[in-house]
Design a protein around this ligand. Structure first.
Ligand SMILES: Cc1ncc(COP(=O)(O)O)c(C=O)c1O
Ligand SMILES: [Zn+2]
Length: 431
Protein backbone atom coordinates (compact mmCIF):
# COMPACT_ATOMS: atom_id res chain seq x y z
CA UNK A 1 0.00 0.00 0.00
CA UNK A 2 1.35 3.39 -1.04
CA UNK A 3 0.09 6.85 -0.13
CA UNK A 4 -1.24 8.44 -3.32
CA UNK A 5 -0.67 11.85 -1.75
CA UNK A 6 2.86 11.86 -0.30
CA UNK A 7 4.26 8.67 -1.81
CA UNK A 8 5.00 6.99 1.54
CA UNK A 9 5.16 3.23 0.99
CA UNK A 10 4.17 0.94 3.83
CA UNK A 11 6.15 -2.17 4.60
CA UNK A 12 4.52 -4.88 2.47
CA UNK A 13 3.82 -6.90 5.62
CA UNK A 14 2.48 -4.02 7.74
CA UNK A 15 -0.41 -5.76 9.50
CA UNK A 16 -2.86 -2.84 9.57
CA UNK A 17 -2.33 -0.81 6.37
CA UNK A 18 -5.24 1.55 6.87
CA UNK A 19 -4.03 5.15 6.76
CA UNK A 20 -0.87 6.94 5.70
CA UNK A 21 1.61 7.30 8.59
CA UNK A 22 1.91 10.97 7.63
CA UNK A 23 -1.85 11.56 7.57
CA UNK A 24 -2.62 15.08 8.71
CA UNK A 25 0.77 16.46 7.64
CA UNK A 26 0.51 19.56 5.50
CA UNK A 27 -2.24 20.08 2.96
CA UNK A 28 -1.46 16.74 1.28
CA UNK A 29 -4.25 14.34 0.34
CA UNK A 30 -3.01 11.26 2.20
CA UNK A 31 -4.87 8.13 1.01
CA UNK A 32 -3.36 4.64 0.97
CA UNK A 33 -3.82 2.86 -2.35
CA UNK A 34 -3.08 -0.72 -3.40
CA UNK A 35 -0.30 -0.29 -5.95
CA UNK A 36 1.26 -3.76 -6.14
CA UNK A 37 1.06 -4.85 -9.79
CA UNK A 38 -1.83 -7.04 -10.84
CA UNK A 39 -1.10 -10.72 -11.38
CA UNK A 40 -2.13 -10.87 -15.03
CA UNK A 41 -2.71 -14.60 -15.21
CA UNK A 42 -4.60 -14.78 -11.93
CA UNK A 43 -6.79 -11.77 -12.72
CA UNK A 44 -7.62 -13.12 -16.19
CA UNK A 45 -8.52 -16.46 -14.66
CA UNK A 46 -10.71 -14.86 -11.98
CA UNK A 47 -12.52 -12.68 -14.51
CA UNK A 48 -13.34 -15.77 -16.58
CA UNK A 49 -14.36 -17.86 -13.57
CA UNK A 50 -18.13 -17.40 -13.37
CA UNK A 51 -18.38 -20.67 -11.48
CA UNK A 52 -17.00 -19.18 -8.24
CA UNK A 53 -19.87 -17.12 -6.90
CA UNK A 54 -18.19 -15.47 -3.89
CA UNK A 55 -16.28 -12.41 -5.14
CA UNK A 56 -13.86 -12.50 -2.19
CA UNK A 57 -12.79 -16.03 -3.11
CA UNK A 58 -12.90 -15.41 -6.85
CA UNK A 59 -10.72 -12.28 -6.81
CA UNK A 60 -8.60 -13.17 -3.77
CA UNK A 61 -5.29 -13.11 -5.66
CA UNK A 62 -5.84 -9.40 -6.39
CA UNK A 63 -6.14 -8.54 -2.68
CA UNK A 64 -3.33 -7.36 -0.41
CA UNK A 65 -4.77 -9.53 2.39
CA UNK A 66 -4.30 -12.67 0.31
CA UNK A 67 -0.80 -11.74 -0.75
CA UNK A 68 0.14 -11.01 2.86
CA UNK A 69 -1.35 -14.32 3.98
CA UNK A 70 0.57 -16.28 1.37
CA UNK A 71 3.87 -14.50 2.09
CA UNK A 72 3.41 -15.34 5.74
CA UNK A 73 2.82 -19.01 5.06
CA UNK A 74 -0.96 -19.41 4.98
CA UNK A 75 -2.03 -21.92 2.35
CA UNK A 76 -4.48 -21.06 -0.39
CA UNK A 77 -6.91 -23.62 1.04
CA UNK A 78 -6.75 -22.06 4.50
CA UNK A 79 -7.34 -18.56 3.11
CA UNK A 80 -10.34 -19.75 1.10
CA UNK A 81 -11.70 -21.56 4.15
CA UNK A 82 -11.33 -18.39 6.23
CA UNK A 83 -13.26 -16.34 3.65
CA UNK A 84 -15.98 -18.97 3.32
CA UNK A 85 -16.40 -19.17 7.10
CA UNK A 86 -16.84 -15.41 7.33
CA UNK A 87 -19.14 -15.36 4.32
CA UNK A 88 -21.20 -18.15 5.87
CA UNK A 89 -21.50 -16.12 9.07
CA UNK A 90 -22.63 -13.10 7.01
CA UNK A 91 -25.32 -15.28 5.43
CA UNK A 92 -26.48 -16.36 8.87
CA UNK A 93 -26.78 -12.77 10.06
CA UNK A 94 -28.29 -11.25 6.91
CA UNK A 95 -29.95 -14.16 5.13
CA UNK A 96 -27.53 -13.84 2.18
CA UNK A 97 -23.81 -14.02 1.61
CA UNK A 98 -21.68 -12.43 -1.10
CA UNK A 99 -22.44 -13.64 -4.63
CA UNK A 100 -22.06 -12.21 -8.12
CA UNK A 101 -24.87 -9.63 -8.36
CA UNK A 102 -27.11 -9.41 -11.46
CA UNK A 103 -25.89 -7.55 -14.55
CA UNK A 104 -27.39 -7.11 -17.98
CA UNK A 105 -28.85 -4.80 -20.59
CA UNK A 106 -32.14 -3.27 -19.54
CA UNK A 107 -34.20 -2.47 -22.62
CA UNK A 108 -36.66 -0.28 -20.68
CA UNK A 109 -33.87 1.95 -19.33
CA UNK A 110 -31.67 1.65 -22.43
CA UNK A 111 -28.57 0.98 -20.33
CA UNK A 112 -26.51 -1.87 -18.96
CA UNK A 113 -27.05 -2.07 -15.25
CA UNK A 114 -25.54 -3.84 -12.29
CA UNK A 115 -28.02 -4.42 -9.49
CA UNK A 116 -26.57 -4.24 -5.97
CA UNK A 117 -29.93 -3.87 -4.22
CA UNK A 118 -29.95 -7.57 -3.32
CA UNK A 119 -26.39 -7.54 -2.00
CA UNK A 120 -25.61 -8.13 1.68
CA UNK A 121 -27.53 -5.58 3.80
CA UNK A 122 -29.20 -4.14 0.68
CA UNK A 123 -26.39 -2.12 -0.89
CA UNK A 124 -22.89 -2.35 -2.33
CA UNK A 125 -21.41 -0.95 0.93
CA UNK A 126 -20.87 -4.37 2.48
CA UNK A 127 -18.23 -5.11 -0.17
CA UNK A 128 -16.02 -2.37 1.25
CA UNK A 129 -16.35 -3.70 4.80
CA UNK A 130 -16.01 -7.39 3.97
CA UNK A 131 -12.61 -6.57 2.48
CA UNK A 132 -11.52 -5.06 5.80
CA UNK A 133 -13.08 -7.86 7.88
CA UNK A 134 -11.21 -10.52 5.89
CA UNK A 135 -7.98 -8.63 6.41
CA UNK A 136 -8.52 -8.45 10.17
CA UNK A 137 -9.23 -12.18 10.30
CA UNK A 138 -6.06 -12.89 8.32
CA UNK A 139 -3.72 -10.82 10.50
CA UNK A 140 -5.24 -12.39 13.62
CA UNK A 141 -4.90 -15.91 12.23
CA UNK A 142 -1.26 -15.19 11.39
CA UNK A 143 -0.61 -13.70 14.81
CA UNK A 144 0.54 -10.42 13.25
CA UNK A 145 -1.61 -8.19 15.44
CA UNK A 146 -3.41 -8.48 18.74
CA UNK A 147 -6.86 -7.04 18.10
CA UNK A 148 -8.44 -8.07 21.38
CA UNK A 149 -10.24 -5.15 22.95
CA UNK A 150 -10.11 -3.11 19.76
CA UNK A 151 -13.62 -2.15 18.67
CA UNK A 152 -14.52 -1.34 15.11
CA UNK A 153 -15.80 2.19 14.45
CA UNK A 154 -17.79 3.93 11.72
CA UNK A 155 -19.58 7.26 11.35
CA UNK A 156 -22.74 6.77 9.30
CA UNK A 157 -26.50 6.57 9.67
CA UNK A 158 -27.29 4.98 6.34
CA UNK A 159 -26.31 2.05 4.16
CA UNK A 160 -22.70 2.04 5.36
CA UNK A 161 -23.75 1.71 9.01
CA UNK A 162 -26.13 -1.13 8.20
CA UNK A 163 -23.48 -2.95 6.21
CA UNK A 164 -20.91 -2.42 8.96
CA UNK A 165 -23.29 -3.80 11.58
CA UNK A 166 -23.97 -6.95 9.56
CA UNK A 167 -20.33 -7.68 8.76
CA UNK A 168 -19.11 -6.83 12.29
CA UNK A 169 -21.72 -9.11 13.78
CA UNK A 170 -20.73 -11.91 11.42
CA UNK A 171 -17.07 -11.41 12.31
CA UNK A 172 -17.88 -11.45 16.01
CA UNK A 173 -16.42 -7.97 16.51
CA UNK A 174 -17.79 -5.10 18.56
CA UNK A 175 -18.81 -2.09 16.52
CA UNK A 176 -19.34 1.52 17.59
CA UNK A 177 -21.50 3.54 15.18
CA UNK A 178 -21.40 7.31 15.49
CA UNK A 179 -24.79 8.67 14.45
CA UNK A 180 -26.55 12.06 14.52
CA UNK A 181 -29.57 12.52 16.80
CA UNK A 182 -31.90 12.62 13.77
CA UNK A 183 -30.83 9.21 12.40
CA UNK A 184 -33.61 7.27 10.67
CA UNK A 185 -35.64 5.20 13.17
CA UNK A 186 -35.64 2.05 11.02
CA UNK A 187 -31.86 2.19 10.64
CA UNK A 188 -31.44 2.73 14.38
CA UNK A 189 -33.68 -0.25 15.15
CA UNK A 190 -31.70 -2.49 12.79
CA UNK A 191 -28.36 -1.35 14.25
CA UNK A 192 -29.64 -2.14 17.72
CA UNK A 193 -30.95 -5.53 16.62
CA UNK A 194 -27.52 -6.35 15.18
CA UNK A 195 -25.86 -5.50 18.48
CA UNK A 196 -23.97 -2.40 17.32
CA UNK A 197 -23.22 0.19 19.98
CA UNK A 198 -24.77 3.47 18.88
CA UNK A 199 -23.08 6.69 19.95
CA UNK A 200 -25.34 9.70 19.39
CA UNK A 201 -23.33 12.78 18.48
CA UNK A 202 -24.99 16.08 19.26
CA UNK A 203 -23.70 19.30 17.77
CA UNK A 204 -22.59 21.55 20.62
CA UNK A 205 -22.55 25.35 20.13
CA UNK A 206 -18.79 25.59 20.73
CA UNK A 207 -17.92 22.64 18.44
CA UNK A 208 -15.37 23.16 15.68
CA UNK A 209 -16.91 23.17 12.18
CA UNK A 210 -17.53 19.84 10.48
CA UNK A 211 -19.59 16.74 11.13
CA UNK A 212 -19.61 15.86 14.86
CA UNK A 213 -20.14 12.14 14.07
CA UNK A 214 -17.02 12.09 11.94
CA UNK A 215 -15.03 13.97 14.60
CA UNK A 216 -16.05 11.49 17.29
CA UNK A 217 -15.18 8.61 14.93
CA UNK A 218 -11.69 10.07 14.42
CA UNK A 219 -11.28 10.41 18.18
CA UNK A 220 -12.26 6.75 18.61
CA UNK A 221 -9.69 5.68 15.99
CA UNK A 222 -7.03 7.81 17.66
CA UNK A 223 -7.93 5.94 20.86
CA UNK A 224 -7.31 2.54 19.28
CA UNK A 225 -10.57 1.65 17.51
CA UNK A 226 -10.18 0.11 14.05
CA UNK A 227 -11.57 2.25 11.20
CA UNK A 228 -14.43 0.19 9.74
CA UNK A 229 -15.18 2.91 7.30
CA UNK A 230 -16.39 3.28 3.72
CA UNK A 231 -13.91 6.10 3.03
CA UNK A 232 -10.50 5.37 1.58
CA UNK A 233 -8.89 8.21 3.50
CA UNK A 234 -9.69 6.42 6.79
CA UNK A 235 -8.95 2.93 5.58
CA UNK A 236 -7.36 2.24 2.21
CA UNK A 237 -8.44 -1.39 2.37
CA UNK A 238 -12.08 -0.32 2.01
CA UNK A 239 -11.29 0.56 -1.60
CA UNK A 240 -9.89 -2.90 -2.31
CA UNK A 241 -13.10 -4.66 -1.19
CA UNK A 242 -15.08 -2.31 -3.42
CA UNK A 243 -12.96 -3.23 -6.44
CA UNK A 244 -14.80 -6.57 -6.58
CA UNK A 245 -17.75 -4.59 -7.97
CA UNK A 246 -15.69 -3.25 -10.87
CA UNK A 247 -14.16 -6.63 -11.66
CA UNK A 248 -17.52 -8.38 -11.58
CA UNK A 249 -19.08 -5.80 -13.87
CA UNK A 250 -16.20 -6.12 -16.31
CA UNK A 251 -16.35 -9.92 -16.27
CA UNK A 252 -20.11 -9.98 -16.72
CA UNK A 253 -19.99 -7.51 -19.59
CA UNK A 254 -17.40 -9.60 -21.42
CA UNK A 255 -19.44 -12.73 -20.75
CA UNK A 256 -22.57 -11.05 -22.18
CA UNK A 257 -20.86 -10.82 -25.56
CA UNK A 258 -22.17 -7.26 -25.90
CA UNK A 259 -20.24 -4.50 -27.66
CA UNK A 260 -17.61 -2.73 -25.55
CA UNK A 261 -18.94 -0.23 -23.02
CA UNK A 262 -18.61 3.39 -24.12
CA UNK A 263 -19.40 4.94 -20.74
CA UNK A 264 -19.81 4.04 -17.08
CA UNK A 265 -21.83 6.42 -14.91
CA UNK A 266 -21.52 6.28 -11.08
CA UNK A 267 -23.14 8.31 -8.31
CA UNK A 268 -20.71 9.91 -5.85
CA UNK A 269 -21.07 10.86 -2.19
CA UNK A 270 -17.89 10.24 -0.22
CA UNK A 271 -16.40 8.79 -3.39
CA UNK A 272 -15.27 5.32 -2.26
CA UNK A 273 -17.65 3.59 -4.65
CA UNK A 274 -16.41 5.35 -7.80
CA UNK A 275 -12.79 5.23 -6.62
CA UNK A 276 -13.05 1.46 -6.09
CA UNK A 277 -14.74 0.69 -9.38
CA UNK A 278 -12.45 2.94 -11.44
CA UNK A 279 -9.30 1.58 -9.77
CA UNK A 280 -10.55 -1.99 -10.19
CA UNK A 281 -10.99 -1.39 -13.92
CA UNK A 282 -7.65 0.39 -14.01
CA UNK A 283 -5.99 -2.80 -12.77
CA UNK A 284 -7.67 -4.76 -15.58
CA UNK A 285 -6.13 -2.34 -18.07
CA UNK A 286 -2.74 -2.23 -16.33
CA UNK A 287 -2.64 -6.02 -16.46
CA UNK A 288 -2.96 -5.79 -20.23
CA UNK A 289 -6.37 -7.47 -20.23
CA UNK A 290 -8.03 -4.65 -22.17
CA UNK A 291 -6.68 -1.93 -24.41
CA UNK A 292 -9.38 0.57 -23.53
CA UNK A 293 -11.73 1.44 -20.69
CA UNK A 294 -15.09 3.20 -21.01
CA UNK A 295 -15.33 6.93 -20.38
CA UNK A 296 -16.08 7.43 -16.71
CA UNK A 297 -18.72 9.83 -15.44
CA UNK A 298 -19.78 10.70 -11.92
CA UNK A 299 -23.12 12.03 -10.73
CA UNK A 300 -23.72 14.45 -7.89
CA UNK A 301 -26.86 16.36 -7.00
CA UNK A 302 -27.29 19.91 -8.28
CA UNK A 303 -27.62 20.87 -4.60
CA UNK A 304 -24.19 19.67 -3.47
CA UNK A 305 -21.25 18.97 -5.77
CA UNK A 306 -17.85 19.33 -4.16
CA UNK A 307 -16.38 16.74 -6.55
CA UNK A 308 -17.59 18.66 -9.59
CA UNK A 309 -15.85 21.80 -8.31
CA UNK A 310 -12.62 19.97 -7.61
CA UNK A 311 -12.74 18.26 -11.00
CA UNK A 312 -13.31 21.55 -12.82
CA UNK A 313 -10.38 23.17 -11.01
CA UNK A 314 -7.98 20.29 -11.70
CA UNK A 315 -9.16 20.05 -15.34
CA UNK A 316 -8.43 23.77 -15.83
CA UNK A 317 -4.96 23.27 -14.47
CA UNK A 318 -4.44 20.13 -16.54
CA UNK A 319 -5.23 22.09 -19.71
CA UNK A 320 -2.24 24.32 -18.90
CA UNK A 321 0.34 21.95 -17.39
CA UNK A 322 -0.81 18.43 -18.33
CA UNK A 323 -2.72 15.78 -16.38
CA UNK A 324 0.19 14.34 -14.35
CA UNK A 325 1.45 17.70 -13.14
CA UNK A 326 -2.04 18.97 -12.37
CA UNK A 327 -2.88 15.87 -10.34
CA UNK A 328 0.40 15.96 -8.44
CA UNK A 329 -0.22 19.60 -7.56
CA UNK A 330 -3.83 18.92 -6.54
CA UNK A 331 -2.84 16.03 -4.28
CA UNK A 332 -0.29 18.22 -2.57
CA UNK A 333 -2.73 21.15 -2.13
CA UNK A 334 -5.94 19.44 -1.13
CA UNK A 335 -7.53 22.50 0.43
CA UNK A 336 -7.36 24.44 -2.85
CA UNK A 337 -9.41 21.81 -4.64
CA UNK A 338 -11.60 19.81 -2.25
CA UNK A 339 -13.55 22.52 -0.49
CA UNK A 340 -16.30 21.27 1.87
CA UNK A 341 -19.76 22.24 0.65
CA UNK A 342 -20.63 25.48 2.50
CA UNK A 343 -24.31 24.88 3.24
CA UNK A 344 -26.14 21.87 4.61
CA UNK A 345 -27.48 20.40 1.36
CA UNK A 346 -30.79 18.66 0.80
CA UNK A 347 -31.83 16.14 -1.84
CA UNK A 348 -33.95 13.04 -2.27
CA UNK A 349 -30.64 11.28 -2.93
CA UNK A 350 -29.58 11.48 0.70
CA UNK A 351 -26.71 9.00 0.31
CA UNK A 352 -24.70 11.31 -1.93
CA UNK A 353 -24.93 14.49 0.12
CA UNK A 354 -21.47 14.26 1.73
CA UNK A 355 -20.12 17.77 2.14
CA UNK A 356 -16.67 16.49 1.14
CA UNK A 357 -15.73 13.87 -1.46
CA UNK A 358 -13.11 12.07 0.61
CA UNK A 359 -11.87 9.94 -2.27
CA UNK A 360 -11.91 12.80 -4.79
CA UNK A 361 -8.32 12.60 -6.07
CA UNK A 362 -8.46 9.02 -7.36
CA UNK A 363 -11.75 9.84 -9.07
CA UNK A 364 -10.48 13.05 -10.69
CA UNK A 365 -7.48 11.06 -11.92
CA UNK A 366 -9.76 8.46 -13.57
CA UNK A 367 -12.10 11.10 -15.02
CA UNK A 368 -9.28 13.07 -16.60
CA UNK A 369 -7.56 10.02 -18.06
CA UNK A 370 -10.76 8.58 -19.53
CA UNK A 371 -12.16 11.85 -20.88
CA UNK A 372 -15.11 11.77 -18.48
CA UNK A 373 -17.06 14.36 -16.52
CA UNK A 374 -19.15 15.05 -13.43
CA UNK A 375 -22.87 15.37 -14.15
CA UNK A 376 -25.19 17.32 -11.84
CA UNK A 377 -28.68 15.86 -11.54
CA UNK A 378 -31.57 18.04 -10.37
CA UNK A 379 -34.26 16.84 -7.99
CA UNK A 380 -36.91 16.19 -10.66
CA UNK A 381 -34.47 14.03 -12.61
CA UNK A 382 -33.38 12.12 -9.50
CA UNK A 383 -37.05 11.33 -8.82
CA UNK A 384 -37.71 10.41 -12.44
CA UNK A 385 -34.71 8.06 -12.41
CA UNK A 386 -35.91 6.32 -9.24
CA UNK A 387 -39.38 5.89 -10.80
CA UNK A 388 -37.93 4.54 -14.04
CA UNK A 389 -35.69 2.07 -12.20
CA UNK A 390 -38.65 0.95 -10.11
CA UNK A 391 -40.67 0.58 -13.32
CA UNK A 392 -37.89 -1.66 -14.62
CA UNK A 393 -38.49 -3.93 -11.66
CA UNK A 394 -35.76 -2.87 -9.21
CA UNK A 395 -36.84 -1.51 -5.83
CA UNK A 396 -34.11 1.12 -5.58
CA UNK A 397 -33.96 4.25 -3.48
CA UNK A 398 -33.18 7.59 -5.19
CA UNK A 399 -29.49 7.36 -4.22
CA UNK A 400 -29.28 3.91 -5.74
CA UNK A 401 -30.80 5.18 -8.99
CA UNK A 402 -28.77 8.41 -9.13
CA UNK A 403 -26.35 7.02 -11.70
CA UNK A 404 -29.29 6.59 -14.05
CA UNK A 405 -30.35 10.17 -13.26
CA UNK A 406 -26.97 11.14 -14.69
CA UNK A 407 -27.80 9.24 -17.87
CA UNK A 408 -31.19 11.01 -18.12
CA UNK A 409 -29.42 14.35 -17.66
CA UNK A 410 -26.91 13.59 -20.41
CA UNK A 411 -29.68 12.43 -22.72
CA UNK A 412 -31.69 15.61 -22.12
CA UNK A 413 -28.63 17.68 -23.00
CA UNK A 414 -28.05 15.72 -26.19
CA UNK A 415 -24.70 14.47 -24.88
CA UNK A 416 -25.40 10.78 -25.51
CA UNK A 417 -25.61 9.08 -28.85
CA UNK A 418 -28.46 6.55 -28.50
CA UNK A 419 -26.20 3.88 -30.02
CA UNK A 420 -23.69 4.19 -27.18
CA UNK A 421 -23.37 1.40 -24.64
CA UNK A 422 -23.70 2.94 -21.19
CA UNK A 423 -23.53 1.14 -17.84
CA UNK A 424 -24.90 2.26 -14.45
CA UNK A 425 -24.83 0.84 -10.94
CA UNK A 426 -28.11 0.50 -9.02
CA UNK A 427 -26.52 0.56 -5.62
CA UNK A 428 -29.08 0.64 -2.82
CA UNK A 429 -32.46 -0.90 -2.02
CA UNK A 430 -35.51 1.16 -1.10
CA UNK A 431 -36.15 0.77 2.62
C1 LIG B 1 -26.96 3.37 -2.15
C2 LIG B 1 -25.73 4.19 -2.24
N1 LIG B 1 -25.21 4.42 -3.45
C3 LIG B 1 -24.10 5.19 -3.60
C4 LIG B 1 -23.48 5.78 -2.51
C5 LIG B 1 -22.28 6.63 -2.75
O1 LIG B 1 -21.11 5.98 -2.37
P1 LIG B 1 -19.84 6.82 -1.93
O2 LIG B 1 -20.19 7.54 -0.67
O3 LIG B 1 -18.78 5.82 -1.74
O4 LIG B 1 -19.55 7.79 -3.03
C6 LIG B 1 -24.01 5.56 -1.23
C7 LIG B 1 -23.33 6.16 -0.06
O5 LIG B 1 -23.87 6.32 0.98
C8 LIG B 1 -25.16 4.75 -1.09
O6 LIG B 1 -25.71 4.52 0.11
ZN1 LIG C 1 0.69 10.26 2.81
Amino acid sequence: MVCAGCGAALDADAPLPFACPRAGEGDVDHVLAFRAPADQGALAEALADHGERCPFVRFRREMPSYRLARRRGMSDEDYVALVRRLDGAVAEVDGRGFVETPYGFDAALGVWRKDETGNVSGSHKARHLMGIAIHLAVVEALGLADLRGRDLAIASCGNAALAAAVVARAAGRRLRVFVPPWANAAVVARLDALGAERVICDRAPDDPPGDPCYRRFREAVAGGALPFSCQGSDNGLTIVGGMTLGWELWAQHVQSGGPPLDRLVIQVGGGALASSVFQGLGRVKDAGLTAALPRLHCVQTANAHPLERAFAAVARRAAAVGVDAALAHARAHRGEFMVPWPEEPRSVATGILDDETYDWAAIVDALLRSGGSVILADEATLRAAADAVEGAGIASDPTGAAGFAGVLTMRARGELDPRENVAVLITGARR
